[in-house]
Each structure stands twice: as C-alpha cells, then as structure tokens.
Design a protein around this ligand. Structure first.
Ligand code: FE2
Ligand code: FE2
Length: 186
C-alpha cells in the first residue's frame, strides 16, 4: 500500500527512484572527491604553517565521506561521473590557488564550497525523505553536519577578511554549482 502511494506521488517527468539514487551517489562521490582534493591543494601551500592541523582534520573527515560514497557506488553499481578528472584537477587547483592568495582566501574558499554543499545535501535529504533509503539518508545528514562545522571553522579562521571576499565567494560558488549540476547528469 505504502509503495503504491509513493509511486503515485511521482509526477510524470520525475526521476525513478533508481535514477534518483544513482544521481545522488554519483554527484556526492564526485563532490567529496573534489573536497578532498581542495584540502590537498590547500595543504600543498599551507602545510607546515599553523593552519596545517586544522585543514588536515577537515580533510580526514572528507576522506570518510568519500569512502562512504565509494562503497555505496560499488554496492549499487553506480558508474562514476565522466568528470572525475575535472574534479581531480579543479579541486586541487582551487585549494592551492586560493591558499596562494593567503590563508584567509583558503578559508573563504572553504566557506563558499561548504555553503553550496550544505544546500545541496539539504535538497537531497528532502528528496530522500519520501523514499525508503535510510542508509543513504543517514549518511547525507551526518555529512551535512560535518560540512556545516567546516564552514563555521573557516569563518572563525577569518574567511571574511580575505581580500575581495564577495567576489571570491561568488566565483567559487558558481563553479561548484556548475560542477555539481554537470556531475549529476554525466
Ligand atoms: Fe564532505
Ligand atoms: Fe567539508
């Protein structure tokens, strides 16, 4: 009965549950890989400074996020995005590039990325609320909390003091949103 009700709730043109879940796992695995690469880029510049421990701590959480989606990808037989090489290069370049502008710019990059991920995970949690996917939903909700913490940490570390903060923030957010949009689809 419940199943019938759920399927009736789907509008024409909506993704099937399988498509929705595959899309979520594909883009989240890519995004978490990108996050890991951003922190690696930051560490390539800020390693050995007072910021290293903090960045490493966030990078280790991204590693856990990534491993979770790697595992789900294998279990659910979801193919990775064809844009994986882009996330590899662009993630690192974004992390290293902003860190070269200064530690506050690196933190500003983290804030911008995490804001995009936060809205992205919230949207997914809403989509999954009516599906029977407790494991995936729990992972997303857990990681959402971690990303909000990363954002707070980066704000506490002076992100908003970065030179050209508003422009930098808009640029990073636009790029992140585009990469997410594409990775859901290809
Ligand atoms: Fe993450
Ligand atoms: Fe994060």
């Amino acid at each position: 009965m419940n199943k019938v009700k759920k399927s009736l709730g789907r509008l024409p043109g909506d993704l099937s549950k399988e498509e929705l879940v595959a899309r979520i796992i594909r883009v989240d695995q890519a995004g978490e890989y990108g996050a890991k690469r951003i922190y690696e880029g930051q560490l390539s510049v800020l390693g050995g400074t007072k910021d290293e421990a903090l960045i490493r701590e966030m990078a280790e959480q991204e590693q856990v996020h990534l491993e979770t989606f790697d595992k789900l990808m294998v279990e659910r037989r979801v193919r990775p995005t064809v844009l994986a090489p882009l996330w590899h290069l662009a993630g690192f370049a974004l992390g290293a590039g902003t860190a070269l502008l200064g530690r506050e710019a690196a933190m500003a990059c983290t804030v911008a990325v995490e804001e995009v991920i936060e809205e992205h995970y919230l949207q997914q949690a809403t989509q999954l609320a009516t599906e029977d996917e407790p494991e995936l939903l729990a992972a997303i909700e857990h990681f959402l909390n971690d990303e909000v913490e990363h954002k707070k940490t980066a704000l506490d570390e002076g992100a908003e003091q970065a030179l050209g903060y508003p422009l930098l923030s808009v640029a990073v957010k636009s790029g992140s949103r585009l990469a997410i949009w594409l990775s859901e689809r290809i």
